[in-house]
Design a protein. Structure first.
Lengths: 337, 327
């Protein structure tokens, strides 16, 4: 356990809007080991992207980290001045965003942009930067890289643009890559290739990857360990097999039941989670999932549960309290699977 | 399960070419062949799913069927009438029968209109009912799609993505259509909300005997909702069959490739699944390969694939495939 790349402790982030304080992230703690792929799943508004932005200090006004600590290899990131953060971002820490069209500058060639990234962090001349950019393009399997360097982003397909973004993220051999919905805008076939690419990068650099997605299929393919987020909190944390085969939180069960099973023969009706995600201006007093939970008890609405922990996992649910009545909700999924 | 009584929609040899750039001579104009000879038929009460990568022409098929743009060639037969050459005025009765649900619940609702005006607009255009009756209808529709009738006076920005998509569905239902084209209706929604919307579409179909053309890139969801499924590649249908059949016995190499690329939400299965090597990207539709369009990415391409374009032929059991390998 001594190879901890990233430690996030009790992180809370809010947006101070004219309507009031939107509590986007509420006391999130987790660690990322060296060489590990940590998946964060959750719906939009669950706080998963804001957690990532808070870690990298990329929050925009009116967002603000209100408490907590972020330690990258033991060094606290939150009190670093912007100048130092800039030197780290894209260097040891890098990020891959969802939409490769809006994250690339349309008025510069992609080569220009990759080279800029290299030259910001390394003292190399244009020639060397170009050579390095070529290597990166080759690595992320962009065909005919020499010609492609002189192309503009609009001349690339979505999948190729995402490869450019990944090349940029890799230019300084990062130790931690945060990938926020890296394949959401792509076709399944291209998604498959990008996931394969991420896997090979991880194998080669032995970097840690934080993979943020709403797609349970993507996370099943890539992640070693999973955090399930909802309402700005971590509902459950467990190794990937446990999340999919032995979920310990009703929200995780709900997510699994609401997606169609490819292998199933009969047209099983989907079981949606009723209602909609909580309003983070006025988050519920108790468990954020209680209003949509099939197994909710009175206490769930009043008081937020503690984590029920085991060696490698934890779940934030009152059903795991020693005095809680037995509930069939967890058997429901296991029986179905 | 569902009543099938003859095709409601039939598309024959549909072609849609978009001119690209400008040429001095008309004969020099290059065309993007977005849809290049598509045949489809959809029975009453049935759901036909259409899948394929972006750029394969599935949305163009949808837009051609509802005549958003004029088609280059082919016939669109709706309820035994060829509507492909009708003039805008003559199309009005058809427009009442066919509605569309769009992908982006943010872009597809006018932010300056109230929900009441959005949902009621088509009633007004088709001059259905009095003002009062139209409002009542809007309120009933909102309740039908799981919203509150009092939401009628609100604006789209007051709703979440899932709720907006419900508004879009209410709008499509307003004129009591028989055929609804759903173009990626759930891909902008959260997982837990997708299931709500899909279940609702299924319930509405049963209740109102609707026929759906369901377009999506999420294959598992398409399989879930569709009776039959068509797989498109670069403007052509390469395989079409019952959804179960296509999943169990995919015949076209492209279908197999698509299926194997679906991320399976099951860590043991997904890590052990057979990896199909498929590095090439989809060729540009401006510069189509000769013969079979898939041959540049096909692991089984033969000589004949280069010269002859395979025809979509029936393999029995309602399963059609366009591949030289299929026997």
């Amino acid at each position: 356990m001594n190879d901890i790349m990233l430690r996030v402790e009790n992180l809370s982030t809010s947006f101070f809007t004219h309507l009031g304080e939107v509590k986007a992230v509420r006391g999130v703690s987790f660690t990322v080991q060296k060489g590990e792929v940590l998946g964060i799943v959750g719906e939009s508004g669950s706080g998963k992207s804001i957690t990532a932005l808070s870690i990298l200090q990329l929050l925009k006004h009116p967002g603000k980290v209100i408490s907590g600590r972020v330690l990258f290899k033991g060094e606290s990131l939150l009190d670093k001045p912007e100048k130092q953060m800039r030197a780290m971002r894209g260097n040891q820490l890098s990020m891959i965003f969802q939409d490769p069209m809006t994250s690339l500058n349309p008025t510069l060639t992609v080569g220009e942009q990759v080279m800029e990234m290299i030259r910001v962090h390394q003292t190399v001349d244009r020639g060397l930067a170009r050579k390095k950019a070529l290597e990166l393009f080759d690595w992320v399997k962009i065909p005919s890289p020499r010609e492609r360097l002189n192309c503009y982003p609009h001349e690339f397909s979505g999948g190729m643009r995402q490869r450019v973004m990944i090349a940029m993220a890799l230019c300084c051999d990062p130790e931690l890559i945060i990938a926020d919905e890296p394949t959401t805008a792509l076709d399944v076939t291209i998604q498959e290739q990008i996931l394969k690419l991420l896997r090979s990068i991880q194998g080669r650099l032995n970097s840690s990857i934080v993979l943020i997605t709403h797609d349970l299929g993507v996370i099943a393919e890539l992640a070693d360990r999973i955090l399930v987020m909802y309402g700005g909190m971590i509902m459950e944390e467990a190794p990937v097999e446990d999340i999919f085969y032995r979920p310990r939180h009703p929200y995780t069960v709900g997510l699994l039941e609401s997606i169609p099973q490819i292998e199933g023969h009969a047209r099983r009706r989907l079981i949606p989670i009723p209602g909609s995600p909580p309003d983070m201006l006025k988050p519920p007093a108790g468990c954020p999932f209680a209003p949509r939970c099939a197994a909710a008890m009175r206490i769930c609405f009043e008081k937020s549960p503690e984590y029920s922990k085991s060696k490698r996992s934890r779940a934030m649910c009152w059903l795991w309290h020693p005095q809680a009545p037995p509930s069939a909700i967890f058997d429901r999924w296991r029986k179905g699977a | 399960m569902m009543k099938h009584s003859g095709p409601l929609v039939e598309v024959r040899n549909l072609k849609k070419y978009f001119p690209v750039g400008k040429a001095i001579l008309k004969s020099h104009t290059r065309y993007l062949k977005a849809v290049d000879g598509v045949d489809l038929s959809i029975d009453k009460g049935e759901t036909l799913g259409l899948v394929g990568e972006s750029g394969c022409g599935k949305s163009t098929v949808a837009k051609s069927i509802i005549r958003i743009h004029p088609i280059t060639d082919g016939e669109i037969i709706f309820n035994n009438t060829d509507i492909s050459r009708l003039k805008p005025g003559q199309l009005m009765p058809f427009r009442k029968e066919v509605q569309m649900i769009f992908q982006d619940p943010y872009a597809s609702l006018n932010s300056r209109m109230t929900v009441r005006d959005i949902v009621g607009e088509s009633l007004e255009i088709h001059k259905i009912g009095t003002r009062k009756e139209r409002l009542d209808r809007v309120r009933t529709l909102l309740e039908k799609v799981g919203l509150n009738a009092d939401h009628a006076n609100r604006y789209p920005h007051e709703f979440s993505g899932g709720q907006r998509q419900r508004i879009g569905i209410a709008r499509a239902l307003a004129v009591n259509p028989s055929f609804i084209i759903c173009d990626e209706p759930i891909s902008a929604l959260d997982v837990s909300i997708q299931a709500q919307v899909v279940n609702m579409l299924e319930d509405l179909q049963k209740e109102m005997n609707l026929t759906y053309l369901f377009i999506a890139h999420d294959l598992s969801m398409v399989k879930h909702i569709s009776n039959r499924m068509g797989v498109m590649y670069l403007g052509k249908i390469v395989e079409i069959a019952d959804s179960e059949e296509i999943y169990k016995h995919p015949m076209h190499p492209y279908t197999r490739m698509l299926l194997s690329a679906i991320p399976v939400p099951d860590p043991l299965l997904s890590r052990n699944k057979t990896q199909t090597e498929m590095e090439e990207e989809i060729p540009s539709p401006l510069n189509l390969p000769s013969g079979c369009r898939f041959r540049t990415r096909c692991p089984h391409a033969m000589d004949i694939c280069e010269t002859q374009s395979p025809l979509l032929s029936d393999m029995g059991g309602n399963h059609s495939v366009a591949c030289h390998l299929a026997k």
